[in-house]
Ligand binder design. Structure first.
Ligand code: WQD
Length: 335
């Protein structure tokens, strides 16, 4: 049974990926410092798959702890989710973001180098494209100056991985996520925003649940059909399955290059108002919202050209925006 290390495996995307890895027959080891999640996610994963992942609670910035882990555990592949990821927060504490997101990565890559480990998958983001000049966005779109230290840390980490792959023997894939939303069909795992949600979907579900008074729609004067900004919202279970497809490509040595990048989205753009209407339809509730000014740093539109992932990873998003919104709503109702 192949052993896969999942860092940040108790987080939103990490936990859904752990479930899919276990469904595929992989043995999963999780490292998570619980800085942005809770330990009960481990039991929830176990209750879904009936298999308890091995769990190691330490911070990846602790080089000795990382070395100790690899001294005691050999793995066939690594999926690296662990990172701070709040765009707005990163503007206020950039040094914490750079230190955490970069040191965690280099500590792992150093261990891969000295132990000749390979098969590394990195959790990247479409945020590296900024406002792309052309839509849909392909992997050849230029990477633009980042709008936030969070986005910059993703850009820097991709460059670190590319240089490490060139200098050493291991293989890697970066997956550039568009907007991950939704929750597992069991409603046992989902997005756990701590504090006031920054992202649209958790804010919508918390408003519908009466936790928030009303949703503010950030801007209706964008050059889009209904004036609100457009994003490519991908169901987190589809996103998790893309990691399995990327891992199998590495394990079966099917790569065309030792370092590859794939956009992971649905290929479909939805505006904020379209998301609100879809949510009202699936939840059979009326959402309380108001239009306000634009949020600084937001782009007008982003949605993926998914040709490369479809053809090379043999992966395609199968779940719809409505599926994801209903799953998010069912998850919210359990909280
Ligand atoms: C989506 C749309 C907002 C909240 C960011 C990161 C990306 C990834 C996902 C981490 C935008 C609008 C939002 C609200 C609103 N994060 N909105 N009212 O900004 O596209 O992407 O989160 O990995 O890397 O860049 O996602 O959900 O914040 O916003 O109107 O209360 O919803 O303006 O148009 P975003 P988002």
């Amino acid at each position: 049974m192949k052993k896969i290390l999942v860092t940040g495996g108790l987080g939103f995307i990490g936990s859904h990926t752990v479930v899919e890895l276990q469904n595929e027959g992989f043995e999963v080891l999780i490292i998570d410092n619980l800085s942005n999640t809770t330990i009960d996610v481990l039991d929830k994963i176990t209750s879904i798959t009936q298999i308890k992942p091995s769990f190691f609670n330490f911070d990846l910035k602790d080089k000795t702890a990382v070395q100790d882990f690899f001294n005691s555990n050999d793995v066939d592949g690594i999926i690296h989710f662990a990172a701070y990821k709040a765009v707005g927060e990163s503007v206020h504490i950039p040094l914490d973001y750079y230190e955490n997101n970069i040191i965690s990565l280099t500590n792992i890559l150093q261990e891969m180098k000295v132990r000749n480990l390979s098969n590394f998958i990195f959790s990247s983001s479409c945020t590296v494209y900024g406002q792309a000049d052309e839509l849909p966005i392909t992997e050849n779109a230029p990477v633009k100056p980042a709008e936030s230290p969070y986005g910059n840390s993703k850009k820097i980490n991709e460059e670190i991985i590319a240089d490490a792959v060139k200098a050493h023997k291991f293989k890697a894939i970066s997956l550039r996520y568009f907007n991950p939303i939704g929750a597992h069909a069991s409603a046992k795992i989902g997005e756990l925003p701590i504090g006031v949600p920054q992202n649209l979907i958790p804010f919508i579900t918390q408003t519908a649940a009466g936790i928030r008074h009303e949703l503010s729609v950030f801007g209706s004067d964008y050059p889009t059909p209904d004036g609100t900004a457009i994003r490519d919202y991908i169901h987190v279970v589809d996103l998790a399955k893309a990691h399995i497809a990327a891992l199998n490509r590495l394990l079966k040595n099917q790569q065309k290059n030792n370092y590859e990048v794939f956009n992971v989205g649905t290929g479909k753009g939805s505006s904020v108002l379209e998301v609100i209407n879809a949510f009202e339809k699936v939840s059979k509730t009326k959402l309380n919202y108001k239009i306000v000014g634009r949020r600084s740093g937001d782009i007008t539109a982003a949605y993926a050209d998914t040709t490369l992932a479809n053809n090379e990873l043999k992966w395609k998003a199968e779940l719809s925006l409505e599926d994801a919104l209903l799953a998010a709503w069912n998850w919210q109702k359990t909280l």
